[in-house]
Design a protein around this ligand. Structure first.
Ligand code: PGA
Length: 263
């Protein structure tokens, strides 16, 4: 894996936006096939999405031939609830870019048959050609998407139960009321994310430092599901200095040296 370290979350967010745009543009230059992109929600991607919106408006990249699949959605939360991931994605990205509506995929957490919804989602990803790039955040407990500790590293899209800790962390979006946070979600699996040809995981701030340390230096383990990135051939972790705070000094220096050598 590669680890990109920037001074601030804003600098890291810009790095990610430019990287994604370059990848979309590079594929568009070589083929008419769509670029298949996995997307996440949460506080972490907001500045990256803002930069992508700016780039679309400036004509520096286009999402006309991008097909996206979001990683998760709460079960039972109305789609038009301000904290649904449908609402989030439209607010922070889709309402401001040129991605055709029919190319946008978000799991339906209100589907009458959630198992079928999950299976259909996996089939649609295969039908689209599989992910070119999956963009994810990292939970304070080291989760990728809503794959909480002890999720199988071979898991696929399914209904998952959120940990108490994740519901407490996410209660900041629900009037700080833990009871308002849904107990379950539909989530892509660990294997769905890491089946992507390339994966970028972002983590910013000291509250992510322990999870980042575990993901990079800890064992490959279902206890920290994002650690499955260790077995990926094209995995990049993008962090700010604060999130790098728990890394060994030698690891930190090595990642910096690799980046310098490749510049
Ligand atoms: P956050 O969430 O971006 O809001 O920190 C990330 C996650 O829980 O995966």
């Amino acid at each position: 894996m590669k680890v990109i370290i920037r001074n601030t979350a804003s600098e890291a967010s810009l790095w990610v936006a430019h990287y994604i745009a370059e990848k979309i543009n590079a594929k568009a230059a070589r083929t008419d096939e769509p670029f298949v992109l996995g997307l996440c929600t949460g506080s972490t991607p907001i500045e990256t999405y803002a930069e992508l919106i700016r780039m679309v408006k400036a004509g520096e990249v286009s999402f006309k031939n991008v097909i996206s699949f979001n990683m998760d959605e709460y079960v039972g939360l109305p789609e038009d609830h301000p904290e649904s991931y449908h609402s989030f994605m439209h607010r922070y990205l889709f309402d401001h870019i040129d991605e055709p509506a029919e190319n946008i995929h978000i799991l339906n957490g209100n589907a009458p048959d959630l198992a079928k919804e999950a299976a259909d989602y996996e089939a649609a990803i295969v039908e689209a050609g599989g992910f070119d790039l999956f963009l994810g955040g990292i939970g304070e407990d080291g989760h990728i998407a809503f794959n909480e500790p002890f999720s199988s590293l071979n898991s696929r899209t399914r209904v998952v139960t959120l940990t108490h800790d994740t519901r407490v962390v996410n209660s900041r979006f629900f009037d700080n009321d833990f009871n308002k946070v849904p107990k379950q979600a539909l989530s892509v699996g660990v294997a769905t994310v890491f089946g992507s040809r390339e994966v970028i995981i972002m983590g910013y701030g000291s509250k992510k430092a322990r999870a980042i340390q575990a993901a990079i230096e800890g064992p490959y383990s279902h206890y920290v599901t994002v650690s499955a990135l260790q077995a990926h051939e094209n995995g990049i972790i993008v962090i700010d200095e604060a999130a790098a705070g728990e890394l060994k000094l030698n690891s930190y220096k090595y990642f910096k040296a690799v980046e310098e050598a490749e510049m």
